[in-house]
Each structure stands twice: as C-alpha cells, then as structure tokens.
Design a protein around this ligand. Structure first.
Ligand SMILES: [Fe+2]
Length: 179
C-alpha cells in the first residue's frame, strides 16, 4: 500500500498480483490475442503524438477492459496498492519496436502498470524512471516481472524499445483520473 498518495513518485510492488490472478489475466489475454475477431484501438490514433515519438515508435494495440471478465482482478490490485479502484483499465500490447519516450503522465492523477509476463534483461521493454531536475543523471530501471505493479504519479519515465525477437509486451494500464 502506498503511504502518501499526494506525493509525486514511482513505486514498484513486485508481487502485486498473486500467481492465481496472474494466471487468470494471462489466460484471458491469450484468448483476446488469439481471437481474430478481437478489435483494438491503437497508440497512433489514441495517444498524443509525443508519446508515439511522432509515430516513430512501433504501434501499441489497446483494448478497453472496463467491462471485461478480468476487471475484478484489476480492481483488487488497484485497491491493494492505493485503497481505490482505477478510473479506466486498458490492455496494452507493445508490438516489436514499440517504445514510449520520456514523459511524466501529468495529465492523469496517477497510473499503475500491471505487468503480465516476465522479461529478460536483453528483451528491451524496460521501464526507466528518473528525476529530470538532476539532468537525467540518476536514471533507474526496472525489468518487468509478471504480477508486478508500477505506480507513477507525476514522475518522469519511459519504456525502452521491445526487441523484435520477443513476443509482444503485455501490460494492463490503470488510469486514475480525479473528476
Ligand atoms: Fe506513462
């Protein structure tokens, strides 16, 4: 549980989901990705152009999960981390060569990224974060592990390019938007 929700920060909880919850989400995502009738939005039409690096980054496929069978698992994860459910939950499929350049997500109140699969350090798709006031000298990195939750509130971060040799990088993006 995050102690100070008003504080700008990056906070990583390695085992936000338990193995059963990871299994439920992985099974559902395999079903979605294996179904040729699944419909996706995508980063090129849904995101600000800075976040797609002006369309230079590989495309990220997006699927709203708000009415999906896995939504209760996501709700549980958000509540355990912050004490409340997120406003919006989205499956993000980072295809080969996709990445997100440095940004601070300031337009949202906060976000949690739930990682669905394990990454090797050579796979790309690493989460980097820092405080730009130190001229990016203190960059820290996180190699995604299945079930991890990464909370970001007004903090600079990016995702390094996903290598073409590896399957798509799957995450659940949970947005917190105050009204
Ligand atoms: Fe972000």
């Amino acid at each position: 549980m995050i102690e100070d929700l008003d504080k700008d920060q990056v906070y990583i909880e390695e085992q936000l989901l338990n193995p059963a919850q990871i299994g439920v989400i992985q099974e559902r995502f395999n079903e979605i990705l294996g179904n040729k009738n699944s419909e996706f939005a995508n980063s090129y039409t849904s995101w600000d152009t800075e976040i797609t690096d002006n369309y230079r980054a590989g495309i990220v496929l997006l699927k709203n999960l708000d009415n999906d069978a896995v939504r209760p698992v996501i709700k549980d994860a958000c509540e355990r981390m912050t004490g409340k459910d997120c406003t919006k939950a989205i499956l993000s499929v980072f295809t080969a060569g996709s990445y997100i350049p440095w940004h601070d997500d300031k337009k949202f109140d906060a976000a949690i990224t739930i990682h669905v699969d394990d990454y090797d350090w050579q796979d790309g798709g690493m989460f980097l974060y820092t405080d730009p006031s130190d001229n990016f000298s203190g960059i820290r990195g996180y190699i995604p592990r299945a079930g991890a939750g990464v909370y970001v509130k007004n903090a600079w971060h990016m995702v390094t390019p996903v290598l073409p040799t590896r399957p798509p990088r799957l995450t659940v993006q949970c947005w917190f938007i105050e009204d």
